[in-house]
Design a protein around this ligand. Structure first.
Ligand code: ADP
Ligand code: MG
Length: 234
């Protein structure tokens, strides 16, 4: 579960401060996808960064599962991200020299020294996830050998390596045509449900919204309207 309680985030702006997120409260339940929409500059990415524990809000509380993230120091927050949070950013931030399989396996190495057994388990998990995102035959390809849609699939698979309870996805379809974009949204809906992740999915492309479990809209940092839970068309 992701729970945001009365989050406010400001940034310095000359002598003043700009309010990027203004008293936003939002709860996302396991196995559901909450779409976050709104115009450019409305605070969508800022809200996601707060939920991801990458930015500490001025006020308010972030809860991931049963952990109150806003009470953690930097090292504890990094630990929480490593164990419980999956993040997919807009830009594909894959490492150019690594194969698809290596992009996933390197996630496990970040924690430090690994035994052969743990490495074998990471390889099995990477294989399983690349299969789940439809890239079983592409695991040894490097980013330049993959299409934009395939790179985004690697990103999603990588974000799921730690079996996150919270999945945070920012504009995953912005570099893709409509058909490939819809396939990526399908994939996120399916994996969030199957793996019981609470997912926040930022998109300004309204065609994708009816398929989400819930949609909220940000305007000038404020939550404008919340549609009730509906059955998504997947
Ligand atoms: P969106 O993702 O909806 O386009 P953002 O969250 O990126 O919106 O931005 C919300 C507001 O916060 C904008 O006014 C933007 O200029 C401002 N902002 C975002 N990030 C920063 C930053 N690092 N420093 C200063 N202002 C920022
Ligand atoms: Mg943004």
């Amino acid at each position: 579960m992701i729970r945001l309680d009365n989050i406010t985030l400001t940034f310095p702006d000359g002598d003043n401060r700009v309010t990027a997120v203004n008293q936003v409260s939002l709860t996302a339940h396991p196995g559901t996808v909450t779409g976050i929409t709104g115009p450019s500059g409305s605070g969508k990415s800022s809200l996601l960064a707060v939920a991801a524990t990458l930015i500490r809000p001025d006020s308010g509380r972030v809860t991931i599962g049963d952990v109150e993230a806003t009470g953690l120091d930097a090292a504890e927050a990094a630990d929480l991200r490593r164990t419980s949070i999956g993040i997919v950013f807009q830009q594909s931030n894959l490492l150019p020299s690594l194969t698809a399989s290596e992009q996933l396996r390197v996630m496990g190495e970040l924690g430090g020294r690994r035994h052969a057994e743990a490495r074998a388990a990471a390889t099995r998990r990477a294989d399983e996830l690349l299969d789940a995102v439809g890239l079983a035959d592409h695991r040894d390809k490097r980013p330049h050998q993959l299409s934009g849609g395939q790179r985004q699939r690697v990103n999603i698979a990588r974000a799921l390596m730690n079996d996150p309870s919270a999945l945070l996805v920012d504009e995953p379809t912005s570099a893709l045509d409509r058909e490939r974009g819809a396939a990526i949204i399908d994939l996120i809906l399916r994996l969030s449900t199957e793996r019981d992740a609470a997912t926040l999915l930022v998109t300004h492309d309204v065609v994708h919204l009816p398929r989400m479990h819930r949609v909220v809209r940000l305007v000038d940092g404020k939550l404008e309207a919340a549609q009730p839970l509906a059955t998504p068309a997947v």
